[in-house]
Every structure is written in C-alpha cells, then in structure tokens.
Design a protein around this ligand. Structure first.
Ligand SMILES: NC(=O)c1ccc[n+]([C@@H]2O[C@H](COP(=O)([O-])OP(=O)(O)OC[C@H]3O[C@@H](n4cnc5c(N)ncnc54)[C@H](OP(=O)(O)O)[C@@H]3O)[C@@H](O)[C@H]2O)c1
Length: 278
C-alpha cells in the first residue's frame, strides 16, 4: 500500500481559495498556507483563475464542492456580493466582498479590507485613529473600505478624488465627520493615504503635490508592489513616517483566517511568508 507523504491533501482536508482575474500575482496562498502550517491545520489554500463575469459561478462551485473559505479579488467583488446568501453589515454597506465564509449551508459575504488596514496601522504605528485627521486620495474600492472603517472608528476623513462625483458618493456612504476636499487639505492632515494605483508603474506621476506634506505626518500607500513607491521615497526623504500596503494585505488575510477557522491568526508566521517585519 502506498502511504501518502505528510502534508498531502486528503478527502478530509479543508480547502480555501482565492478567485481573481488575474490571480497569478496573489500573495494570498503564501499568507494562508503559512498560517495553516504554523497551527498544524489540515487546510490548504489555492489560487483559482476565474475569468471576468464568472464570479457568481465560482460561488456555486464553492457551495457544491464544499470549500470552507473564499477570498475574492478583482474583478469579482461585486458579483460575489450579489451571489452569496447573506452579507455582513460592512459588506452590505460597501456592496462588495473580499471574503466568503460558511455558516452551515449558507454562504456569508464579508469585507475585511477596512479592518485589515486598521489592524495594520495599529500594529505598525502608535496612531490612535479616534479623532485623527485623515485625507484619503481616491474613492474606489480600497478607499471606500478604508474610509468607512476609519470614520466608524472616529477619524475625520477628507476624500480627494479625480472624479468629484465618486468622492461625493463616498462621503455620503460613510457620513460622520467626512467631506470632499481638495489637495490643499493634505497639509492639515495627520495621516495621508494614497488609495489610487498611481505609483504601481515606474513612470506614474505622484498622486498629489508632494510639497503639501509636512515632516510630522504619516503617509500610507496602499500599493505594495513596488514596496516603496516614489511617493513613499519622497515622503521618507522629507522625514515623514511611511507605510506601504503590505500591512493591510497581511491583516485583511488574518481576519479572513479568523472568520474561516475561528482561531487567532498566527500573524507573525503569515508576515514572515511575505517578508514583513512587525
Ligand atoms: N494593500 C492592500 O491590501 C490593497 C487592497 C486593495 C487595493 N490596494 C491598492 O489600492 C489601489 C486602488 O485599488 P482599488 O481597488 O481601490 O482601485 P479602483 O476601485 O479602480 O479605484 C481607483 C481609484 O484611483 C483613482 N485613479 C485611478 N487612476 C488615476 C489617475 N491616473 N489619476 C488620479 N486618480 C486615479 C480613481 O479615480 P476615479 O474615481 O476618478 O476613476 C479611483 O478613485 C491599487 O493600487 C491597489 O493595488 C491595496
């Protein structure tokens, strides 16, 4: 009889997956498999290329094949929100999910991006977000999750976006002490967040006028590839505290791990897997 080597998946192995298009660049398999291994769990995590327009089918596959967790990335976040049985209050407010969990036979859509940002910020800085003056550049999916969580935790959020109507829509969504602002408001912020893709490519312009920054501020770029965008390099050379998007990536995965397994995520093992020092 052939004896399978240790760690070979069997019929009892629980499976989680990330769906996206593209998905080959995803760091999620590294993060979650490191977490499962650190706790000795009989779980495995795979990346599945699901073409644009087929997110709802992937949810039905999850249901039929008995997957225990799904991470959802672009472009499926809204389609999956519409296909699950129920949504968490945050996912319902945002209208997009980045995670699906099982509750008996029901599939529940969650959104862990905002809490991931907050947990990452708390782990990597001494910032208390209650009462913090924040300006966020961008009003897309990432900006919406982060702005909502910050506003719910007492921050005053200014939204600055290329398209005014999207900034206005975001401010209406998050309510509280939030407003649409112009770039000049950056000078008065304590925390400045780039939530646009500007900086992913070497020749991209900076997302805002760099001379608006002051040395006592903190700048977070949600981009993590490259690990230091031109914005972060410029801000650092002016003496500002800077963070990239790896903290958010790590902690949003940690929250997903917690939702699926019910266990405290082994965050240091997960951080090691993507080269983050906490
Ligand atoms: N660290 C993490 O875990 C994490 C998670 C999610 C996303 N991200 C990163 O966050 C960034 C945004 O992602 P997303 O999903 O929010 O994208 P998205 O939904 O497409 O939103 C993009 C936002 O950037 C603005 N924008 C795009 N191109 C611009 C340009 N040339 N000039 C000025 N503004 C521009 C858009 O403005 P308009 O409204 O005018 O189009 C929009 O507000 C990406 O770099 C992504 O990699 C990181």
């Amino acid at each position: 009889m052939l004896i399978p080597p240790q760690n070979t998946p069997t019929s009892t192995t629980r499976i989680a997956a990330v769906i996206g298009d593209p998905v080959g660049h995803s760091l999620s398999p590294r993060l979650h498999n490191a977490g499962f291994e650190a706790l000795g769990l009989d779980w495995m995590y795979v990346a599945c290329h699901v073409p644009h327009g087929r997110g709802a089918e992937a949810v039905e596959d999850m249901r039929r094949k008995g997957f225990d967790g799904l991470s959802v990335t672009m472009p499926h976040k809204a389609a999956v929100a519409a296909a699950v049985d129920d949504l968490s209050p945050t996912a319902a407010k945002l209208g997009v999910v980045n995670c699906v969990r099982r509750e008996g036979d029901r599939l529940i859509g969650e959104n862990t991006d905002g809490i991931g940002f907050l947990d990452g910020l708390r782990a990597q800085t001494d910032k208390d977000v209650d009462g913090l003056r924040v300006v966020i550049i961008g009003a897309g999916g990432a900006a919406r999750s982060v702005a909502l969580t910050l506003a719910e935790n007492g921050s005053t959020v200014g939204v600055c976006n290329r398209t005014h109507a999207s900034a206005q829509e975001l401010v209406e969504l998050i309510g509280g002490a939030s407003s649409v602002v112009q770039q000049e408001a950056i000078s008065d912020a304590e925390l400045v967040i780039n939530a646009t893709p500007l900086g992913m490519n070497e020749n991209d312009p900076l997302p805002f006028g760099i001379d608006l920054l002051r040395a006592d501020q903190c700048v977070v770029d949600l981009i993590y590839d490259p690990r230091k965008t031109r914005l972060l390099l410029e801000a650092e050379s002016r003496g500002l505290a800077v963070l990239n998007g790896l903290g958010m990536l790590l902690y949003q995965a940690g929250e997903q791990f917690r939702l699926w397994t019910g266990l405290e995520p082994p965050i240091h093992a997960m951080a090691d897997a993507i080269g983050v020092t906490l």
